[in-house]
Design a binder for this molecule. Structure first.
Ligand code: ZN
Length: 398
């Protein structure tokens, strides 16, 4: 009981020591005033958005309240000291400021460049690192060398050679070549051009060729003329036309003419990859064979344009290539008589004449063909297919 009694007294003693609180109002107000002053001092810049003094790499500057680290740096530093450069694969500069943005350090800690500065800070600005552009790798065909000998409309591929393949690594943005690596070494393609040798023979042979068909209107009309005039010709067929008119291919063959390949789509082979040329060529071969049962052994590339790659393909496929020796430019429709005269006046033994039975209105060509045959017959010409003319020329050479 005694102990229990004593406890309040002890408490009372403490209260006694607290008797100084009799001066409470003065100290309390002073403390409140100090806290308020400190708070005001601390809050004032924020409340009134007062400019902030900062150090940027040791340079003391004043920036508007809330300026971002990046804005402060842009306003007070050289941009060259901020951003890294974007470099090409050869170390040339693509963009002076295309590299990484700067890093902002406050007491060695990285700060978000877009965060706002609201108080005085000692900021270290570290220039961004340089970036090197990405690279891309591509495989590029290498057209082999083309070695040609002789002259004339017949082209025989004696060495098929090989299309090369190179792997190139280049800068994605600059296109600057970083390195190349040969995957397949190109090998030269050799072709032998020839013509019918001039001879003292009494008979003169000539070959009429018709490109781009078969056409549903002009090819039958032309076949009628050839039948009536008893002349043979060669048709360089376009796969896309064969696909639509296989019956005409059969009629051409049945009437004793030669059929040959003129590609599937008539795209310029110089603009196609080896594989694209191959696909285009083989598609036409297959369609012609499907329609007629005959797989052509002669080809004429679209526009007569072939690269060493084209010849390499033809060599691999064992094709003979037919160019021409007389081109009356019938497809421009210069008039029936003009076409007829151009061919007849330029004709010579062993010539290969280029005409068209499709690809536009060919009524002038059809009409001119009858006159061409009659005029040349009068000059003792006979009409052979391209293949027959080539075989005839081979006989003469022996
Ligand atoms: Zn053509």
């Amino acid at each position: 009981m005694k102990d229990l009694y004593l406890r309040p007294r002890k408490l009372g003693g403490r209260i006694d020591r607290g008797n100084h609180w009799s001066k409470r109002p003065f100290f309390l107000y002073a403390a409140i005033a100090i806290v308020c002053a400190a708070a005001t001092a601390f809050a004032a810049p924020h409340i009134f958005r007062l400019p902030v003094t900062v150090s940027l790499n040791g340079q003391t500057i004043s920036v508007p309240y809330g300026t971002t680290f990046m804005e402060a740096a842009r306003d007070h530093m050289d941009t060259g000291d901020l951003y890294g450069r974007l470099l090409a694969v050869d170390d040339s500069t693509i963009d002076e400021q295309g590299g990484a943005p700067p890093d902002f350090l406050v007491r060695d800690r990285s700060r978000n460049p877009e965060s706002a500065i609201r108080r005085s800070l000692d900021i270290a600005v570290v220039r961004g690192v340089d970036k090197v552009e990405d690279t891309v790798t591509e495989e590029v065909e290498v057209t082999p060398e083309l070695i040609r000998t002789g002259s004339g409309p017949f082209r025989h591929v004696t060495v098929s050679g090989r299309v090369g393949l190179t792997e190139r690594t280049l800068g994605e943005l600059s296109g600057i070549e970083l390195s190349t690596r040969q995957l397949v070494e190109p090998r030269p393609v050799e072709i032998e051009l020839s013509r019918v040798p001039q001879s003292s023979e009494a008979s003169s042979y000539i070959a009429l060729t018709f490109d781009d068909g078969p056409h549903p209107e002009f090819t039958p009309a032309l076949l009628d003329v050839l039948r009536e005039e008893n002349a043979r010709a060669t048709f360089f067929l376009l796969g896309v036309q064969v696909e639509q008119h296989p019956d005409l291919v059969r009629r051409i063959v049945e009437e004793g003419h030669q059929i040959a390949n003129h590609s599937y789509s008539h795209r310029d082979h110089r603009e196609l990859s080896f594989e694209e040329q191959r696909e285009d060529f083989l598609k036409a071969q297959d369609l012609i064979e499907e329609a007629s049962g005959i797989r052509p052994t002669w080809v004429r590339p679209p526009y007569g344009m072939a690269t060493a790659s084209t010849y390499s393909l033809y060599g691999q496929e064992d094709m003979m290539v037919a160019h021409w020796s007389i081109d009356p430019v019938d497809w421009r429709r210069p008039g029936t008589e003009v076409i007829r005269t151009r061919v007849v006046e330029r004709a010579y033994p062993g010539a290969v004449v280029l005409l068209h039975d499709a690809g536009g209105n060919r009524n002038q060509t059809v009409a001119a063909t009858r006159g061409i045959i009659r005029d040349l017959r009068e000059k003792d010409y006979s009409f052979l297919t391209v293949e027959q003319l080539y075989e005839h020329s081979a006989t003469l050479r022996r």
